[in-house]
Design a protein around this ligand. Structure first.
Ligand code: PEP
Ligand code: MG
Length: 594
């Protein structure tokens, strides 16, 4: 037996929160090796039969798996297995494999690998994380087919004997679907992003997961002790005693705290001096709507519908829009569901081809601008939302509005859609509230004008900070400039909140900073009515609001607005928190949540 190496650390992407400690179970899901052989002509027909047989067996496996999904939570993810089946059933696949075997006399393994590489190449030019993820579906299917060709099937995850953390190059949805939840306590993968199916399933199953850790399978040996920190995206390999102690304490604290906080999930987010703030969830996938109420969300404050297209690989039809929104509205009723119309562009430019080609996509024909150009696409979505509106409390949010002319045009189209539905006799809720994202500096400066035209405002700090400070939010090299406490941002936020209040409309924030514990005080003090965030942070943010005083938060904001530098603001905020929250419990809530 070799001696264990000392502690080392891998950074990945946090895909599912929580902390797990356990032994690594390294799965051999790397690219399956196979021999490339040229066949004598007389063996070609037999090779074609072998290829067909491998497809049939793989299809049978998938069908069997579909019928025996291990967990109720993931039944709705059957579509992933259906997508795999569709690929296997696609005549193009068999045709191209047969053509390669017959035309080039390559063995079946080689032919499948070439055919899948061709499929994958079609996704290469896609400037979109979710669709790029779909390339791993082909790797997975190739691995499966190759196992059938070689007769050596992968290990089966349902046969695990002890509790383990699975480490793999990637995990297929079928892998995830089979796992024994009692035994698998965490996942680490080399590749994948937040929107990979595996990440979505890990969140649905509440299993901590770190994806995209790049070197996980080469750095981690079977049996290594691991600690994975699903909140920070960290993987400790053979952690030191101190690290183990620190994380055990943190996990115990985090677990107990979370339980305690979840008991309060139905109490309002209200400060000690009676200021109420509404806390809602951001969702990207319909499936996420199931769990938001467990965290005490008062509704959905941002439903990023462009992810619908990423999932389907096409723009949904009106009927598809209707069905999806109806199901989310029914789940949440009577709580509000804020459905944001398509916000394609920048990192979310899936199937809209021109977007990937624009020299400056963040400033290009994106979001509402795209919808105002492709009016049919926009109208189909609006019809879908309105038709679903009788099934709950729908609100419509328009992204990237930059000024009054754009808002006028948007509202005119919305009115046309309502009129068309009236003429057709389609029922809809005539009182659906409409709002706009404030995420372009020009809109922020014109809040007084725009607020008169809508029912609510939702500040998109992700983009507002990007556009105001001129920093690409996707560019790691300038990430250090992304400062929510920048004096210009604070002034802009103050301006928006006050103009919104004067117009009598609700003002909220739905950018990522809304879930950062330390900024809660600033947002309270600025007078925001509503914060919308990733759902698992709601209990923490609620507790922080409940241990704060609105009056003090207002004084904090006054002090911050006097300063002209970010560093000073950070220092003022840290000191303010230290002075006000001396007790361990409060500090834990502020720290453990981060
Ligand atoms: C934002 O810009 O802050 C926002 C919430 O929208 P998105 O992150 O989808 O651009
Ligand atoms: Mg935005």
């Amino acid at each position: 037996m070799t001696a264990k190496r000392g502690e080392s650390l891998l950074w990945g992407i946090s895909a599912s929160s929580g902390i797990a400690e356990g032994k690594a179970y390294v799965l051999n899901r790397k690219k399956t090796k196979f021999a490339k052989r040229l066949l004598p002509r007389h063996l070609v027909d037999a090779e074609v039969a072998r290829a067909k047989d491998a497809i049939e067996r793989s299809k049978a496996d998938l069908m069997r798996l579909k019928g025996s999904l291990a967990h109720d939570e993931i039944h709705e993810h059957i579509y992933i297995l259906d997508a795999h089946l569709m690929i296997l059933e696609d005549p193009m696949l068999l045709d191209s494999v047969v053509e390669i075997i017959q035309g080039q006399c390559k063995n079946a393994e080689w032919a499948f690998s070439t055919a899948f590489e061709n499929y994958k190449r079609m996704f290469d030019s896609v400037n979109n994380e979710y669709l790029r993820e779909r390339k791993s579906d082909f790797d997975y299917l190739l691995g499966w087919i190759l196992s059938h060709l070689s007769g050596s099937m992968d290990e089966v995850l349902s046969d695990l004997k002890e509790k383990v953390i699975i480490v793999s190059h990637y995990l297929s949805p079928a892998d995830t679907a089979q796992i024994d939840r009692e035994k698998v306590i965490g996942f680490v993968t080399d590749i994948g992003g937040k929107t990979s199916h595996m990440a979505i399933l890990a969140r649905a199953l509440k299993i901590p997961a770190v994806v995209g850790a790049e070197k996980a399978t080469s750095e981690i040996a079977p049996g290594d002790t691991l600690i994975i920190d699903g909140m920070e995206g960290l993987v400790y390999i053979n952690p030191s005693r101190e690290t183990i102690k620190r994380y055990r304490e943190r996990r115990a604290r985090f677990g107990n705290l979370e339980k305690a906080l979840l008991r309060d999930r139905d109490v309002p987010a209200e400060t000690l001096d009676g200021r109420r703030i509404v806390l809602t969830a951001n969702i990207e996938m319909v499936e996420e709507a199931n769990s938001v109420l467990e965290y005490g969300a008062e509704g959905i404050g941002l439903y990023r519908t462009e992810f619908l297209c990423l999932k389907q690989g096409k723009i949904p039809t009106e009927e598809e829009h209707f069905q999806v929104y109806k199901s989310v509205l029914e789940k949440l009723a009577p709580r509000p569901v804020t459905i944001r119309t398509f916000d394609f562009g920048s990192d979310k430019s899936p199937i809209i081809n021109h977007l990937g080609l624009e020299p400056n996509p963040a400033l290009g024909l994106r979001s509402i601008r795209y919808c105002l150009k492709e009016v049919d696409v926009f109208k189909a979505q609006l019809r879908g939302i309105l038709r679903a509106s009788p099934y709950g409390k729908a609100r419509i949010l328009f992204p990237m509005i930059s000024g009054p002319a754009e808002l006028d045009r948007t509202k005119a189209i919305y009115e046309e859609v309502k009129e068309e539905l009236r003429v057709k006799g389609e029922p809809f809720d005539p009182h659906v509230e409409i709002g706009i994202m404030i995420e372009v500096p020009s809109a922020a400066l014109l809040t007084d004008v725009l607020a008169k035209e809508v029912d609510f405002l939702s500040i998109g700090t992700n983009d507002l900070i990007q556009y105001c400070l001129a920093i690409d939010r996707l560019n790691k090299a300038v990430a250090y400039l992304y400062e929510p406490l920048h004096p210009s941002i604070l002034r802009l936020l103050r301006h928006v909140v006050e103009a919104g209040r004067r117009a009598g409309v609700e003002v909220g924030i739905c950018g990522e900073v809304a879930s950062d514990p330390k900024y809660v005080f600033v947002f309270l003090g600025l007078g925001l009515d509503h914060l919308s965030m990733v759902s698992y942070m709601i209990p923490w943010i609620k507790r922080i609001a409940r241990m704060s005083r609105y009056q003090e938060a207002r004084e904090l904001v006054e002090a911050l607005l006097q300063s002209s530098r970010c560093e000073t603001n950070e220092a003022i905020l840290s000191q303010w928190i230290k002075e006000r929250f001396p007790d361990d419990f409060q500090r834990d809530v502020l720290r453990a949540a981060v």
